[in-house]
Write a new protein. Sequence first.
Length: 512
Amino acid sequence: MKIRLFQTITVILSATSAFGQFAPQGGQSQGTQATQVPLSGRTGQAGAVTATQSPVAGTTTSVNTINPSIQVQGPYAGSAQSTVKLPFSGKLSLRDAIARGLEYNLGTVGLSLAMRQSHGQAVASRSALLPNVNGTLSETVQQINLRAQGVRISSPFPGFGIPATVGPFNYFDLRARLTQTVADFTALNNYRSANETLHANTFFAQDAKDLVVLAIGGAYLQVIAARARVESARAQLETANALYQQTALQRSAGLLAQIDVNKSQVQALLQEQRLASLQNDLAKQKINLARLTGLPPNDRYELSDDVPFADAPPIDEEDAVKQALMQRPDIKAAEAQIRAAERTMAAARAERLPSLSVSADYGVIGTNPSQSHGTFSVAGTLRIPIWQGGRTEGDVEQASAALAQRRAELEDIGSKVESEVRNAYLDLRAAVSQVEVARKNVDVTRETLTLTRQRFDAGITDSVEVSQSQASVASAELDYINSVFAHNVAKLSLARAAGGTAESLPRFFKLP
């Protein structure tokens, strides 16, 4: 009888302790909270690619009045190595350069990884709505101090006392637990917001590809222009050397003074130094292009394409604006960000609504596997928020501010896209006009040089006039090279402004 009483007390205390450890856990006391989106939807990368055409300030004797440039900043200026997976033959076409850039330029690589990160966040948000199953296996060895737990039981039998400690005793527990959210509108809207953020980053990745095409296309055109300047300078050097040799022969025959020989020699030296400077610039431009496309950063390769002057495809300006507003991926990304902010606002407001969840567990418990018995528990929890200390109001205010910011940014990006299209058309018109003037100027200066050389051979004029005519030809050729470059950059800018640059590029450039 006494032994049975002692065992009963021990079993009750042990069961109470086991229940405290293995009973199903209730929901979080604070409930699910809205996952806030950043205030601004602008991409985190600090990179940009911009094509600009600025007027040449001041008066000049050159017909060149515009200065085109492609500015590449941030991750778009770098790349991962592309030659590991794409062998390089030493000749780089425009198509190959763009293909390498789309795959290995850090602008596209970074935003592609951001898209993957957003996908992971969406999957993590979805887990709050799906069943969560966990398994546990525990082995417990325990000794209980009854007095420390406040147990004060006196034995009804003289000579027998209740011990102050019980145990040690042991038990094991093998158990599977299931938790399932039945209704939680905050968690549901968090998942929807994460999905829209994923869509926005997908569009941003597409926009990054357009920027990469603009950067690499512009760099390729810069190399072509630099190469044309070198070829022009080399031809001018050959002409200057020929003039120097001619004056030296005429001096030896007593037909010219030494000062004429000295002037022609100085002109030849100047052309030689100019050629060296332009060759240096060409090497730098090729290194820059290699950096954008994942090639080794050197100039030991050749361009296989030439991009001569060709008229832009006939596209109405207003049609181009409408097309850009409909298909530009950065506009679609801004729209997706608004939807994400709206879902976040709904999630914040849903913090005021009740949520329902179910939890259950099943397992076996006993002193050992052979003496175990199955146990289970099922619990449903209805959480009714009453007062959260103002947290819900704060979440709603944050979500409202982010939503207002995203709507303002969408309006701004629409205006920005339209301005880019119209600016590209203005640049294109100015470049076309300058190409025509520069072409005529080249023809006139070459004809003038030919006539001046004939007069020099006849002894009517001196070498100074020949040098001046030669300098005019060199300036006119540079003007034409710069004008063609400006025209090609304007076409590239228009392709970017209209959207889908990689797909529309063959419409603007006659590529092999």
